[in-house]
Design a protein around this ligand. Sequence first.
Ligand code: GLN
Length: 355
Amino acid sequence: MINRKREPTPMLERKRMIREICLATSLTIAMTAQTRSPVAPTPEMVRATVMEAHEKFKGDTSGKNADYIPYLAKVPSNLFGIAGMTTDGRTFTAGDVDYSFSIQSISKVFTLALAMEQLGPEEVFKKIGCEPTGRPFNAVMAVEDLPSRTGNPFVNAGAIATTSLIKGPAAAARWESILAFYSRVAGAKLSLIDEVYKSEAATNAHNRGIAVLLESYGRMYSDPLQATDVYTKQCSVGVTAKQLAMMGTTLANHGRNPQTGEQVIRRENVPHILAAMMMAGLYDGSGGWAWHVGLPAKSGVGGGLLAIVPGKGSIVGFAPPLDKAGNSVKAQRAIEYICDKLGLDLFSPRSVGLN
Ligand code: GLN
């Protein structure tokens, strides 16, 4: 029997040290490669592109403010801001990024997230569904036609039903937990813009009608009129483009707020939320958006548009004038420009992500 165990000679010791150094070096390279892609755009490029997009589209006067909610018709049409934020906390801004506007339908993303926290994704999927409606966001005909009635969490029917799922016991508690949850996602105390809420509550008969119709089909999960009121409140929450970028980056960061470090949304729920955004985030503009931009996004009639670059960050555009589908014209153009220039389209072989 040969004893293969040998006392370390200086030669063997040197070899062992070299092996260890090689291992440590390759580990460092691998770790660096995870966060810093050698082909991703540099922060300077991102900053310049955000400025360029703002410059290029600020004079665009196409589209029209929403006016079915009287307050929104009065918001200055020339407001225009772009805010990008990376999961490692860098921000890139241009224009009106500190103006507080109503989050409107972008709230639907975060109420969906809260419903999933409370009930789990499969229960929410069963109760709401996730199919395109091919109709405007507040279409009653979609409720009549679709087997699920609710459609998906981002049309008004599905969104009001999602709000009705949030744990009570009563409407006031439901509203409080929604607002508290949004604030945790944003890492900042958010609040209601009271004027928006009053203006919308006085004119939301159509949404109340949708809620009662859903109840007739057994697809409302608490009192329909109270749920519509809580939904109207959630739509009236004020956010700046910068705050919304932080909310988006929490999603991009697998549910963990990059500033507070809190895991607000369960990691495993995030892909479902992004899938719904990809499929229906811009209503019947969603197909064109997926075709041209290729990022999950959500719009609101307040003029906000939030796009997510999974794992990397988010981009927010804010400009009140909307197209026919109810999506901000300038915000769409600016984000499309930025994504194209930086190669962010998830489906493109050019897709490199943000550094
Ligand atoms: N609060 C608005 C409504 O219910 C939200 C619509 C939207 O932003 N698309 O009509």
